[in-house]
Design a protein around this ligand. Structure first.
Ligand code: MLT
Length: 356
């Protein structure tokens, strides 16, 4: 099949795909370049960092399948995808493990002031007595969006001896039980925000979640608390966060892996604050996770190609079902606690769920 790989994925996966398919790679290319390269492509593989707009999709009339090599779909025009019967497959689990681990690296770095400790010592300053940090054990970990990633962070928090509170939008009855099994108490977002010593955000970016962590929310956070954003830059109002971190009435420090502006050369105003840690959207960026994602991409492509050939299926229908239950393909990956998404509509419903 004819594939366009629009983001960097594991090189082993690219090599394997090349063995059976016609592969073009253009990582994080411009809209114009994607429109040109996409004209005859049947499959598009992407991560965050590239915008798959309606114009890009319109420039790819043969497109049948988008493989989102990760979790978020905020960079893809989902209305176009639905209207044109393009299949969308996400691979959220491998990255979730890496994101959850990084959340703990950031929490510990904030709680123990590790960046300052390292910088001071490199300059010959032995700052031991300035560095009275905090334990994670016994603290309240609040999870905004206790879905695929958020509940993993919560589960790990419980293992660290933290008390874990989580919220999701419109939780189904089973969600409270599933979370309780992971020692996460489901409650409303207000309680999570007010009680958390460490507030970790794990929601997808949608119209509803854009700037959800705004001045009002920041003013409700516990004095001396920390904010961790591993979701999407647009979810946190960075100007309001700057203000809150300067005033230090509520939130004491913040760690952001995702940013309103993510591009080479940009320096966030938050970079001027000592109580902030900034990382360049590396949550899912472990060799292990990317290898696993690469393996899943190859499996999906094998199945998709075999299915397309064996059924000579006409994909150009308005709302196709996802091709169900074929062996070898792990369809688990809904970001809600719902069962496998079986139709594009259900996929979109899952995307709307306020939890990665
Ligand atoms: C994701 O949504 O999976 C992450 O942001 C990682 C990525 O796509 O680079």
């Amino acid at each position: 099949m004819r594939i366009l790989i629009a983001s960097s994925i594991a090189p082993e996966a690219v090599a394997q795909l090349r063995m059976h398919h016609d592969v073009v790679c253009a990582f994080n290319a411009s809209e114009d370049k994607l429109k040109t390269l996409g004209h005859d492509r049947e499959v598009l593989i992407c991560r965050s960092g590239v915008t798959i707009s309606a114009a890009v999709l319109a420039g790819a009339p043969a497109l049948k399948l988008i493989i989102r090599a990760g979790s978020g779909t905020d960079n893809i025009d989902l209305n176009y995808v639905r209207q044109h019967g393009i299949q969308l497959e996400r691979i959220p689990e491998p990255g979730a493990k890496a994101v959850a681990e990084l959340a703990f690296a950031l929490m510990l770095a904030l709680a123990r002031n590790l960046l300052y400790a390292d910088q001071a010592l490199r300059q010959g300053h032995f700052a031991k007595h300035e560095l009275n940090g905090y334990l994670l054990r016994g603290k309240v970990l609040g999870i905004i969006g206790a879905g695929n990633i958020g509940s993993l962070v919560g589960e790990m928090g419980a293992a660290w001896g933290m008390k874990v509170l989580g919220c999701v939008e419109n939780p189904a009855p089973a969600v409270a039980t599933e979370l309780a099994q992971k020692q996460i108490r489901l409650t409303d977002c207000r309680e999570v925000i007010a009680k958390a010593d460490f507030l970790s955000v794990h929601v997808p970016l949608t119209a509803a979640t854009r700037n959800m962590i705004n001045a009002a929310v920041l003013s409700q956070m516990k004095p001396g608390s920390y904010l961790i954003n591993m979701a999407r830059g647009g979810v946190v109002d960075e100007q309001a966060l700057y203000q809150a971190l300067t005033e230090k009435k509520t939130v004491r420090g913040a760690a952001l892996d995702v940013h309103q502006v993510e591009r080479e050369g940009h320096i966030s105003p938050l970079a001027s604050l000592p109580n902030v840690i900034l990382t360049p959207h590396i949550g899912a960026q472990t060799i292990d996770s990317q290898r696993e994602i690469g393996g899943r991409i190859v499996e999906i492509m094998d199945s998709f190609a075999a299915y397309a050939i064996s059924t000579e299926r006409n994909f150009a229908v308005a709302a196709p079902r996802l091709y169900p239950g074929r062996p070898g393909v792990a369809w688990r990956g809904s970001d809600s606690f719902a069962d496998y998404p079986q139709t594009i509509e259900m996929n979109l419903a899952a995307v709307k769920c306020i939890a990665f």
